[in-house]
Ligand binder design. Structure first.
Ligand code: HEC
Ligand code: HEC
Length: 340
């Protein structure tokens, strides 16, 4: 009897341990120390190296566009943090010009919602949008799946990754999400200074910039992701041609006018041009905007109502701090480049 109950409790402990193990998300990356947990937990889309590689291949392949000319990477370029440095507004199929700047794709797994107005709630479904979008890849999902299915290489790859013969929209977008959700940048100079790695420290100017940043900017561009993922207005006047009302065009609430998702500032040195419409080419222009904000600007978020009138030296200090957010290991990571 006694031996029996010892066995029973050992068995229960084993079951408990195993279930904890299976609760642990299978991600391609470790959560960087001190960071919050990501929101995309790869539930129902378990990480495998093969799936990541399939997603990467799809990301770089124009096969998902109607006329085989545009891939995700046309607009999201790795060495600019997956933003599009050449264009303020996105350029898609047949030279069609979109209404917004292609955002950087950095630490996507932490994003509660996607797009400049937060109109998309899920990173898997997000991948459908550019494929269908008239100004981006202008295709339809079933035709994309049919095209992949009739391609011997893809048919074999999908079979290997998913263990079944049929390619579906779901398997296609989950494979793409495996790539985009794994784009993690956490090895900038800033990170190394914070981790107190030997040989890394801020210069006096960067230190000064960091102090100002924490006071004037970090309420929205919150560490360590450099965004709080809220929808805010930083007081940009509306472009009269684009007439982009931000969140309110999607939610139809007047109070949401000119609200845009606070973007991360990681790798900001390379993700120009800046803002939802790419109106600023240089960080100097961005800082000039914040330094000259009129607190009475309509819809301006409260965090910016009392911003200090930054002197030109203070602006330079902040920029020198922002450069420490450049993560060369991310920008030039072989795993993220065009697959060979
Ligand atoms: C023609 C250019 C273009 C192409 C091609 C393109 N995108 Fe985008 N992408 C954009 C633009 C512009 C936005 C912002 C849209 C908005 O805010 O309304 C965006 C937004 C995103 C976002 C959300 C980023 C965020 O911070 O919220 C993800 C993820 C993304 N794209 C992934 C992809 C994937 C995957 C593909 C290929 C299937 C792709 N994109 C193809 C231009 C493009
Ligand atoms: C009220 C919250 C808030 C505060 C405070 C704030 N920002 Fe922003 N920031 C935003 C929003 C929202 C955007 C996107 C606006 C848009 O595209 O219309 C943005 C965009 C940016 C961008 C462009 C990013 C890109 O990828 O295009 C930079 C750079 C930037 N902010 C730097 C700063 C600096 C430096 C400070 C402090 C001086 C600061 N921000 C303070 C909300 C804020």
């Amino acid at each position: 009897m006694k031996v029996g109950s010892i066995f029973l409790s050992l068995f229960l402990i084993l079951v408990l341990l195993l279930s904890f193990q299976s609760l642990k998300p299978k991600m391609g990356f470790e959560i960087p120390k001190g960071w919050p947990k990501p929101l995309y937990y790869f539930d129902g889309n378990e990480y495998t190296e093969e799936k990541f590689e399939l997603g990467r291949k799809l990301f770089y392949d124009p096969i998902l566009s109607r006329d085989n000319t545009i891939s995700c990477a046309t607009c999201h370029v790795s060495f600019s943090g997956f933003a599009h440095t050449d264009h303020s507004l996105s350029h898609g199929i047949d030279g069609r010009i979109g209404r917004r700047n292609a955002p950087a794709l950095i630490n996507m797994a932490w994003n509660p919602y996607f797009n400049w107005d937060g109109s998309m709630g899920n990173i898997e479904r997000q991948s459908m949008e550019p494929i269908r979008h008239h100004d981006e890849m202008d295709f339809n999902l079933d035709s994309a799946v049919a095209r992949l299915s009739s391609d011997k290489k893809y048919a074999a790859l999908f079979r290997e990754v998913w263990g079944v013969d049929q390619i579906t929209v779901r398997r296609m977008i989950q494979s793409l999400a495996m790539f985009t959700a794994n784009l993690v940048s956490s090895n900038s100079i800033y990170d190394k200074v914070m981790r107190k790695e030997v040989g890394y420290s801020f210069t006096t100017q960067q230190e000064n910039g960091y102090r100002l940043f924490k006071k004037e900017c970090a309420s929205c561009h919150q560490e360590p992701l450099f965004t709080n993922y809220k929808l805010k207005s930083n007081g940009l006047p509306m472009d009269p041609f684009l007439k982009d009302y931000g969140r309110s065009a999607f939610s139809e609430f007047y109070k949401d006018s000119f609200l845009f998702k606070v973007p991360t500032l990681r790798n900001i040195e390379f993700t120009f041009p800046y803002m939802h419409d790419g109106r600023f080419k240089k960080l100097k222009d961005v800082l000039n905007h914040y330094a000259n904000l009129d607190p009475k600007t309509r819809h301006l978020s409260k965090e910016l109502k009392k911003i200090k009138q930054l002197s030109s030296n203070e602006q330079k200090d902040i920029i020198s701090f922002l450069y420490t957010l450049t993560d060369k290991e991310f920008l030039y990571n072989n795993r993220y480049q065009f697959p060979r």
